[in-house]
Write a protein that binds this ligand. Structure first.
Ligand code: PLP
Length: 417
């Protein structure tokens, strides 16, 4: 037990953690890519399909009303989870990527013009970079970058020069999926608002791991993915302030998002329906509600505490590995549970392969952050990421696996000399 948090009890809730890989117990250290799912979430999916599968917002019969109630209940749960002022501020989409692209199309095209500026950072995931590159190209706007220092922190001094009265949007990640850095988004929002800019927060790596309060943060948009927070794939969330949703045009046209359709034109339903055209991902939205219930039961403060202590433990151990270069800040208080590193003489893919032979799952590659890789002059890194179900023993296994990779490939390097 670490910090009063019973990780062994948590593990019992995740059937996949009993799986064997190459005859060894799975050590899953890739939750930043996607998290594992507790039985309650799996049960919720099965329950919907076996007991009340029906389309929502349409049928005037019991099953459809049950499905609609469960779907809208999930929206209310998600709203409370991030302290949104009302469920109507929650739009269900496929993932973080779609949430950001929704803002690009439904807000960006009407609000970003020639010579306007969009400010993002060098540490953004491609899903919070490419949409803004495309919007800037489409609208003749300028895309500006806040740089990252050697320690893996945003160079906030640059904000004074980078934010101008032409800045329409600042889009920044809350927690970096490579460096683990927790960015001071509340301060960035404040500075953006002073210049009349809106601020979008990519919370893909924060909402699953720590308490997030959108009203306290005062961000205009916030995007995150269900699959990274113990929910199913195929459902993500866009939070936006109500007055913005009211002013924004629809992202997609079709059924369920209209008020009145005539041959020549149509009028729109209010948010959130205006942005949820067609049959939504009913089962996965309901199961995301179950994931929120589960996380609330664990307690987000305790989840954060557990990951903090695990990250401290991992950083202490990684520091002792010769030839290992770690990316991102060394103080666990200012970072999430993501550790990226490279090893002298061993390619990150080879590290991942050796670890896989020990049933340890990590990610190796550019992590959809090619500009950040270039900033640090590496093509790829190895990345281990932690969640509420990971243990210190699993970190020990990671460190043993890293030593094994050094032994195997160290010899290979020597032999080839
Ligand atoms: N933003 C960050 C910081 C991420 O880590 C990820 C996924 O790894 C994304 C955005 C994109 O999430 P999705 O693939 O679920 O759209």
């Amino acid at each position: 037990m670490q910090n009063g948090f019973d990780v062994q009890a948590v593990r019992q809730d995740f059937p996949i953690l009993d799986v064997q890989v190459h005859g060894k117990p799975l050590v899953y250290l890739d939750s930043a890519a996607t998290s594992q799912k507790p039985q309650a979430v799996i049960d919720s999916l099965v329950d919907y399909y076996t007991r009340y599968n029906a389309n929502v917002h349409r049928g005037i019969y019991t099953l459809s009303e049950q499905a609609t109630a469960a779907y809208e209940d999930a929206r209310a749960k998600v709203a409370r989870f991030i302290n949104a002022p009302s469920p109507e501020c929650i739009i269900f989409v496929r993932n973080t990527t779609e949430a950001i692209n929704l803002v690009r199309f439904a807000w960006g095209f009407d609000n970003v013009g020639a010579n306007d500026e969009i400010l993002i950072s060098e540490m953004e995931h491609h899903s919070n970079l490419v949409p803004w590159q495309l919007l800037a190209q489409d609208r003749g706007a300028e895309l500006r970058y806040l740089r990252v220092n050697n320690e893996g922190r945003l160079m906030l001094d640059g904000l004074d020069v980078l934010i101008t009265e032409r800045t329409r949007l600042i889009a920044v990640s809350h927690v970096s999926n490579v460096l683990g850095t927790i960015n001071p988004v509340k301060g960035i929002v404040k500075r953006g608002h002073k210049f009349g800019s809106l601020v979008l927060v990519d919370a893909a790596q924060s909402v699953p791991h720590m308490p997030v309060d959108v009203q306290e943060m005062d961000c205009d948009f916030l995007a995150f993915s269900g699959h990274k927070m113990m929910g199913p794939t195929g459902v993500g969330v866009l939070y936006a302030k109500p007055h913005l949703l009211e002013a924004m045009r629809p992202f997609m046209g079709g059924g369920s998002m209209i008020r009145k359709v005539m041959l020549s034109e149509s009028t729109w339903a209010d948010a959130p329906q205006k942005f949820e055209a067609g049959t939504p991902n009913i089962a996965d939205v309901i199961a995301l509600g179950a994931a929120v219930d589960y996380l609330n039961e664990l307690g987000m403060d305790d989840v954060r505490e557990h990951e903090l202590s695990l990250t401290q433990y991992a950083l202490d151990a990684l520091r002792e590995v010769t030839g290992l270069r770690m990316f991102g800040p060394w103080e666990p208080q200012t970072r999430g549970g993501v550790v990226s590193f490279v090893l002298d003489g061993v390619h990150p893919h080879d590290i991942a392969q050796i670890l896989d032979s020990e049933a340890i799952a990590i990610r190796a590659g550019h992590h959809c952050c090619q500009p950040l890789m270039r900033r640090y002059n590496v093509a790829a890194t190895a990345r281990a990421s932690f969640y509420a179900y990971n243990t210190e023993e699993e970190v020990d296994a990671l460190i043993d696996g890293i030593h094994k990779a050094q032994r195997v490939f160290g010899h290979a390097v020597e032999r080839s000399l």
